[in-house]
Design a protein around this ligand. Structure first.
Ligand SMILES: Cc1cc2nc3c(=O)[nH]c(=O)nc-3n(C[C@H](O)[C@H](O)[C@H](O)COP(=O)(O)OP(=O)(O)OC[C@H]3O[C@@H](n4cnc5c(N)ncnc54)[C@H](O)[C@@H]3O)c2cc1C
Length: 420
C-alpha cells in the first residue's frame, strides 16, 4: 500500500508495536497518548512464544531476553499438592519458552525499536472521538492547550479495554468481569523453583500467581517477581492492613513455601495495585478508515496470559495486511483472515476456563481438582493445553506458524519507494 498518514490512539503494547511495524514500512505515523509521559506502571506479564515470534519479527527479541526471565512451564497446585495445571512449553513447541517481563522492560524494548524512526508523538493528548469519511478519518483530540483536529488516511484505535473510541456498532459484548486481582512487583522469590509460573488454588475462589519477571532497564542486576492474588471486583478497594494480615496467614498455612517468601517481602497493602478486567467481543476489527486492536478490540481475563501477545499479533497482522493490500476493503479482509480465528478461539477458552479459577462456585473448583490432573495424563490433551498457553492456536484444529510470523519483512516497502 502507498504511504499512508496513520494516527494511532494509545501508546500501549498494541499502539507502540504497530508504530514500529508501520513506520518501518515507510508510513507516516503520529501517536496520541493521554499520559503526559510514558508510564511504566503495570503488572508483570508473561510473553508467550507467539509474542516472542513478533518480537523476533521486529528484531527486538535479544533486548527482551537480556532483561526478561526465562519461563519453561506453568504449574498450578491445590493446598493438598494436587497438580491441576501442568504445562511445559517444550511440549507445544520444542526449543520454545515463555519470557516473564516487567512492564517497564516491555515498554523499553518497544521504544528501542522506535528509536531513530520518523514517528511524531502527541503526549498528554486525549482522543475524544473519530469521524470516518470515504477518503480518510478525522480525529478530535485535546491537550493542555485546547481542542484540536487531525486528518489521517487511517486511524488505529489502541486505547485499551475501556475504549470509548471503538465503533459501537461493531461491538457485540462489552462488560466488566466480576473478578479482578491485586498485584505487586517484589524482590525475587528464591523459595520456589525458578523458571516456573507458579499458581496456587483453593476451590475456585482462591488463586495466587507468582511469576518470574526479570529485571528493569534501570536496575538490570536486580531480579524481580510478580505476585497476583485474585479477588472479587467489589473487594479490590478494601485491600487494607487487616486483609493483608489475614491473607498472609492463609498463604502460610496453605502454601508454606510461598508464605515464607511473602512474609519476607510483603509488609504493607500499599505495595499492591488493583487490576480489573473486561470482556470485549467485536464482530469486526476494521472497516472504512478505522481499525481496532489490542484490548480495545478483544479484552479478556488474563487467565490464559494472552493479552500482550494478542496485541503484538494484531500489530504483526496489520503490517502484513498493509504490505499486501492495495485498498482498504482488501486490507480489512486480510486482517480479519489473519486475526479472527485466533481471537475467537482465545476468547472462547478464556470465557470457559476463567470460572474454574475465579468464581464462588464450589462445583467448578471441585470438578477442576478432580478432572484436570487426568487431562494432563493424556499426551494429546497435554500438548493441546501447552499449545493453547503458548498462544499458537487459531481454532480447535489450526495453529499459527511462528516461524512465518518471525520472518523479517523482505517484501516490506522501503522508505524511498513508500514516499513516492
Ligand atoms: C493483572 C493483569 C495481568 C496480566 N498479565 C498478562 C500476561 O501475563 N500476559 C499477557 O499477554 N497479558 C497480560 N495481561 C493483559 C495485558 O496487560 C493487556 O492485554 C495489554 O496490556 C493490552 O495492551 P493494549 O495496548 O491493547 O492496551 P493498554 O496497554 O491498556 O494501552 C492503552 C493505552 O491507551 C492510552 N489511552 C487510553 N485512552 C486514550 C485516549 N482517549 N486518548 C489517548 N490515549 C489513550 C492509555 O493511556 C494506554 O497507554 C494482564 C493484564 C492484567 C490486568
Amino acid at each position: 500500500m502507498q504511504r499512508q498518514r496513520i494516527a494511532i490512539c494509545g501508546a500501549g503494547t498494541a499502539g507502540l508495536a504497530s508504530a514500529v511495524i508501520l513506520a518501518r514500512q515507510g508510513h507516516d505515523i503520529t501517536l496520541f497518548e493521554q499520559s503526559p509521559a510514558m508510564e511504566n506502571v503495570g503488572a508483570g506479564i508473561l510473553l508467550q512464544p507467539s509474542g516472542m515470534a513478533v518480537f523476533r519479527h521486529m528484531g527486538v527479541l535479544d533486548i527482551a531476553q537480556d532483561l526478561g526471565a526465562h519461563v519453561s512451564a506453568l504449574r498450578g497446585r491445590t493446598a493438598r499438592g494436587t497438580l491441576v495445571v501442568n504445562s511445559a512449553y517444550h511440549e507445544a513447541c520444542p526449543q520454545q519458552h515463555g519470557l516473564g517481563l516487567h512492564r517497564a522492560t516491555l515498554c523499553h524494548v518497544l521504544m528501542q525499536a522506535l528509536n531513530g524512526m520518523n514517528v511524531r508523538w502527541q503526549m498528554g493528548a486525549t482522543v475524544d472521538s473519530i469521524t470516518d469519511h470515504d477518503d480518510g478519518a478525522e480525529l478530535h483530540w485535546q491537550d493542555a492547550h485546547g481542542s484540536h483536529r487531525f486528518a489521517a488516511d487511517l486511524v488505529l484505535v489502541a486505547n485499551g479495554a475501556r475504549s470509548h473510541l471503538r465503533p459501537k456498532e461493531w461491538v457485540s459484548l462489552d462488560k466488566a468481569y466480576p473478578w479482578g486481582a491485586v498485584w505487586a512487583i517484589l524482590p525475587q522469590c528464591e523459595e520456589l523453583e525458578p523458571k516456573i509460573l507458579h499458581q496456587f488454588f483453593h476451590g475456585a475462589s482462591r488463586m495466587m500467581g507468582i511469576l518470574p519477571t526479570g529485571a528493569v532497564p534501570d536496575a538490570p542486576q536486580q531480579q524481580l517477581t510478580s505476585l497476583f492474588w485474585s479477588l472479587p471486583a467489589d473487594a479490590l478497594e478494601h485491600w487494607g492492613e487487616a486483609e493483608v494480615a489475614a491473607w498472609k496467614n492463609e498463604v502460610q498455612q496453605r502454601w508454606p513455601e510461598a508464605g515464607t517468601w511473602i512474609n519476607r517481602v510483603v509488609s504493607s497493602p500499599s505495595q499492591f495495585l488493583p487490576a480489573r478486567y473486561r470482556d470485549v467481543v467485536m464482530r469486526r476489527f476494521g472497516g472504512g478508515r478505522i481499525g481496532v486492536m489490542g484490548d480495545a478490540a478483544h479484552a479478556m481475563s488474563p487467565q490464559l496470559g494472552q493479552g500482550v501477545n494478542m496485541a503484538l499479533l494484531d500489530a504483526w497482522a496489520l503490517g502484513q495486511a498493509m504490505q499486501n493490500s492495495t485498498d482498504f476493503p482488501a486490507l480489512w479482509a486480510h486482517y480479519h483472515q489473519l486475526r479472527l480465528p485466533s481471537v475467537r478461539f482465545y476468547q472462547f477458552m478464556s470465557r470457559g476456563l476463567t470460572p474454574f479459577y475465579q468464581s464462588h462456585s464450589k462445583t467448578l473448583g471441585l470438578a477442576r481438582d478432580l478432572a484436570f490432573p487426568w487431562m494432563y495424563l493424556l499426551p494429546w490433551l497435554r500438548r493441546e493445553m501447552a499449545k493453547t498457553v503458548s498462544g499458537v492456536k487459531a481454532g480447535p484444529f489450526r495453529e499459527l506458524d511462528l516461524d512465518a510470523i518471525a520472518a523479517p519483512d523482505s517484501a516490506a516497502l522501503k522508505p524511498a519507494e513508500a514516499a513516492s
